[in-house]
Write a protein that binds this ligand. Structure first.
Ligand code: ADP
Ligand code: MG
Length: 399
C-alpha cells in the first residue's frame, strides 16, 4: 500500500465545501456521551479547514443502526458537544443526504460547519452503494477522510464517495499513515513487535506479516500458550487454540528461516481458575514454562519473562505493540502488561500501540503520553499491521 497520500495541507480548501468523514462513533450511556475523546481528536482537522476558509460538512457513523432510523443513535448529541468544544455553532442536518442536508449544505458559508445525520441510518452506507456515494459527493467539492477507525471498511462515506470527489486525508489519518506506514516500510532498527491478547486466531495474519519485517517478535498473553504447546510444553489448563498448533509450528519455523528472534514466555503467573469477577481476588503461583502445574492456567507472564521482554523493548528503535501480556483487568495479573508498557515508555524509540485493550491499558496505567503514537483504530490498526490495503486510505490521492 502507498502511504504517501495528499493531506488537507497539500490542497487549496479556501471557498470550498469539504465533506469531512470523522470518527464520531462515541460511547453513549442513557443518551449521554461517556467519552468525547474522538470528538476532541477531530478538532485540529476541523479547525484547520474552518480557519482556511472552507465550509465543513462533517459526517460519521455511530453504533450499528443497520440502515434503520434510530433516534437514540442520532448525532445531535455530537453536534452539541462539538459546538461547545469549537466555541461556535454546529448546524445539524435532520437527514444524511435528504432535503434538509441538501438545503443546509447549499446555504453553508466559509467558516461554518454542518453535521449530517448518522451515515448508517442509510441502508446504502455499509453496502458502499454508488447512489449514496454520489449523493454525498453532490453536497461538496472535496472529500477529506479523517476516520482512521473506519478506514478498513469500504463504505459509501469512507471510500465510495472518493469515486466522485477529489479526496485527501485529515491530520488523524495523516499521522496514522506517516508513523505506522514508516514503521512498516522503513523502520529504524532493531524493530521489535509485541503481540498479546487472547487468541492466536485473532492475529494470525499479523504474526505472518510481522515476521517479514521485524528483528524480534515477542509473544505474550493467552496466545503464547498455543506457541508453547506447539513447542511441546505442557500448558495445563491455559488457553489453547488447538486448531492453530500447526500454524504456530509454521511460524516458529518461519522465524528461524528469516533470522527473526521469536521470544516466548519462560515463566508464567498461574492460577487454579480464571478470576470471577475478572477483577476479583485471586491466588497465583509463578511457574517456569517447563514445569507448568497441570491443574492451573497461565494468566500473565512471570517475572523472568517480564525482564526478558522489557530488555528487548528497551534495546529497540521501533516498537509496535498490540495486545496485553495477561489478564490486565485484574490488578494481580497486570504486572506483565505494566512491565511492557513501562519499557515502551522508557525506550528511546518510535513506539506505537494499536488495539483497543492495549491502548486502554496504556491510558489506565498512565503511560499514554510517553508513547509516540496510540492508534485510534483497533480493527483498522490490525489490518494495517497485516499489510492489508485499507479502502479508506487507498482511495485518497497519492502525493
Ligand atoms: P487488543 O484489544 O489490545 O487487541 P485483545 O482484544 O486481543 O487485545 O486481547 C485482550 C484480552 O486478552 C484481555 O481481555 C485479556 O484479559 C485477555 N488475556 C490476556 N492474557 C490472557 C491469558 N493468559 N488468558 C486469557 N486471557 C488473556
Ligand atoms: Mg480487544
Amino acid at each position: 500500500m502507498n502511504y504517501n497520500k495528499k493531506s488537507i495541507e497539500d490542497i487549496d480548501v479556501r471557498g470550498k465545501k469539504v465533506l469531512l468523514r470523522c470518527d464520531f462513533n462515541v460511547p453513549l450511556k442513557a443518551g449521554k456521551i461517556t467519552s468525547d475523546k474522538r470528538i476532541v481528536a477531530a478538532l485540529p482537522t476541523i479547525r484547520y479547514l474552518l480557519d482556511h476558509g472552507a465550509a465543513v460538512i462533517a459526517c460519521s457513523h455511530m453504533g450499528k443502526p443497520k440502515g434503520e432510523w434510530k433516534p437514540e443513535l442520532s448525532l445531535a448529541v455530537v453536534a452539541a458537544r462539538l459546538s461547545e468544544l469549537l466555541g461556535q455553532e454546529v448546524l445539524m442536518a435532520k437527514d444524511v443526504v435528504g432535503e434538509d442536508a441538501q438545503a443546509k449544505a447549499a446555504a453553508l458559508q466559509p467558516g461554518q460547519i454542518l453535521l449530517l445525520e448518522n451515515t448508517r441510518f442509510m441502508k446504502g452506507e455499509t453496502k458502499n452503494d454508488p447512489e449514496l456515494s454520489k449523493a454525498l459527493a453532490s453536497l461538496a467539492d472535496i472529500f477529506v477522510n479523517d476516520a482512521f477507525g473506519s478506514a478498513h471498511r469500504a463504505h459509501s462515506s469512507t471510500a465510495g464517495v472518493a469515486d466522485y470527489l477529489p479526496a485527501v486525508c485529515g491530520f488523524l489519518i495523516q499521522k496514522e499513515i506517516s508513523i505506522m506506514g514508516k514503521a512498516l516500510s522503513d523502520p529504524a532498527r532493531p524493530f521489535v513487535a509485541i503481540l498479546g491478547g487472547a487468541k492466536v486466531s485473532d492475529k494470525l495474519n499479523v504474526i505472518n506479516n510481522l515476521l517479514e519485517k521485524v528483528d524480534t517478535l515477542i509473544i505474550g498473553g493467552g496466545m503464547a500458550f498455543t506457541f508453547l504447546a506447539a513447542q511441546g510444553y505442557g500448558i495445563g489448563k491455559s488457553m489453547l487454540d488447538s486448531e492453530k498448533l500447526g500454524y504456530c509450528k509454521d511460524m516458529l519455523q518461519k522465524a528461524q528461516e528469516k533470522g527473526v528472534k521469536l521470544l516466548l514466555p519462560v515463566d508464567t503467573v498461574a492460577a487454579k481458575a480464571f478470576p470471577d469477577p475478572i477483577d476479583g481476588p485471586i491466588e497465583t503461583v509463578t511457574a517456569p514454562v517447563d514445569a507448568m502445574p497441570e491443574d492451573m492456567l497461565g494468566l500473565d507472564i512471570g517475572e523472568k519473562t517480564r525482564q526478558l521482554y522489557a530488555d528487548a523493548v528497551r534495546a529497540a528503535k521501533t516498537v509496535v505493540w498490540n495486545g496485553p501480556m495477561g489478564v490486565f483487568e485484574n490488578p494481580t495479573l497486570a504486572a506483565g502488561t505494566i512491565a511492557v508498557a513501562q519499557a515502551l515508555a522508557e525506550a528511546d524509540a518510535v513506539t506505537i500501540v494499536g488495539g483497543g485493550d492495549s491502548a486502554a491499558a496504556c491510558e489506565q496505567l498512565g503511560f499514554a503520553d510517553k508513547i509516540t503514537h496510540i492508534s485510534t483504530g483497533g480493527g483498522a490498526s490490525l489490518e494495517f499491521l497485516e499489510g492489508l490495503e485499507l479502502p479508506g486510505i487507498a482511495c485518497l490521492q497519492d502525493k
